[in-house]
Design a protein around this ligand. Structure first.
Ligand code: ZN
Ligand code: ZN
Ligand code: ZN
Ligand code: ZN
Length: 298
């Protein structure tokens, strides 16, 4: 098995720029013989395993032209079966050895340094990374630079930000007092559970409000729904989302979707958006096995 323990590359949107740690190539023969020792070696340029056209990790099938240039199957289709390097036909012949190599390379999860023990075939690690529960989450409190895996962040928040302690309970409505000027309102589940952040964005047409849970996009983590309402002058508008968005870090960019728009004429003239209330619920679990959790607060 692979035992390269060096840290994996940092997560980055640019695959090509990504710093990859050399990984060990396993002998394809495996160790079916029992006593056989798998031969191994080191590949220093993992970029060789990326499609030279789209720069994504090569996945099976890998095709080659008559000159031996290789491309991934989606690029073959996009290039209408013409090799981008030499224009000879491509997409008919598979490069089996490259397919075997891609399959034999094992990459640790980029969050290995935070405790993830997952190891994946080349290219699969970036798919896993998007829903890895060890992804770093950042404290929403301004000027606090703490980051950690979500459970540590929740403990950090409970232990360090008591001065602005705000709590919510699943299934209960909570009144929230927000500042309209792009302020954030963070609050935590009563039993040191998920952190939820409400944000306001003042726009010419009114005020946008978003609600996000600070959690990785891993199954079973921070899966919440919410009902947000705003009342003013005896009228109420509501916004409901069955799946609260999960974010790892608070962003102050004006949201493009999943926000409630309170029209300008409907805003109180006071600088604070009073009259906001929110009810957060946990998404009911299906038959999938989930980690044990404390009984819901009554
Ligand atoms: Zn490609
Ligand atoms: Zn070619
Ligand atoms: Zn992981
Ligand atoms: Zn903090």
């Amino acid at each position: 098995m692979v035992n390269d323990t060096r840290a994996a590359g940092e997560a980055s949107s640019s695959r090509r720029k990504r710093q990859r740690v050399p990984s060990i190539v396993e002998d394809e023969a495996g160790n079916s013989g029992g006593d056989e020792v798998a031969r191994s070696g080191t590949l220093f340029e993992l970029d060789l395993l990326d499609c030279s056209i789209c720069c994504n990790a090569l996945t099976i099938p890998v095709f080659q032209c008559d000159n031996g240039h290789i491309a991934c199957s989606s690029c073959c289709t996009k290039m209408r079966q013409k090799c981008p390097s030499c224009t000879l036909p491509i997409g008919h012949y598979r490069n089996r050895i490259m397919e075997k190599i891609v399959k034999a390379i094992i990459i640790p999860c980029p969050n290995a340094k935070h405790g993830c023990t997952g190891k994946f075939s080349y290219g699969e690690e970036s798919i896993h990374e998007k829903k890895c529960s060890f992804a770093l989450c950042y404290c929403p409190v301004p000027n606090c630079n703490y980051s950690g895996v979500y459970e540590d962040l929740y403990s950090h928040y409970a232990a360090n930000h008591k001065d602005i302690y705000k709590r919510f309970m699943y299934g209960y409505s909570h009144n929230v007092c927000l500042s309209i000027e792009a302020e954030i309102y963070a609050f935590q589940e009563y039993f040191d559970g998920p952190l939820v952040v409400i944000q306001c964005f003042k726009e010419p047409q009114g005020m946008l409000m978003t609600v996000n849970c600070i959690a990785p996009s891993a199954p079973g983590v921070g899966e919440l729904s919410y009902n947000l309402s705003y009342s003013f002058g005896g009228k109420t508008m509501t916004f409901e989302l069955k799946n609260m968005n999960r974010i790892q870090k608070v962003s102050f960019q004006t949201p493009e979707k999943d926000f409630m728009l309170v029209p300008d004429y409907f805003l109180s003239r006071v600088a604070l958006a009073k009259g906001v209330s929110i009810c957060i619920c946990r998404i009911e679990k299906t038959e999938e096995t989930e980690e044990e959790e404390e009984e819901e607060a009554e």
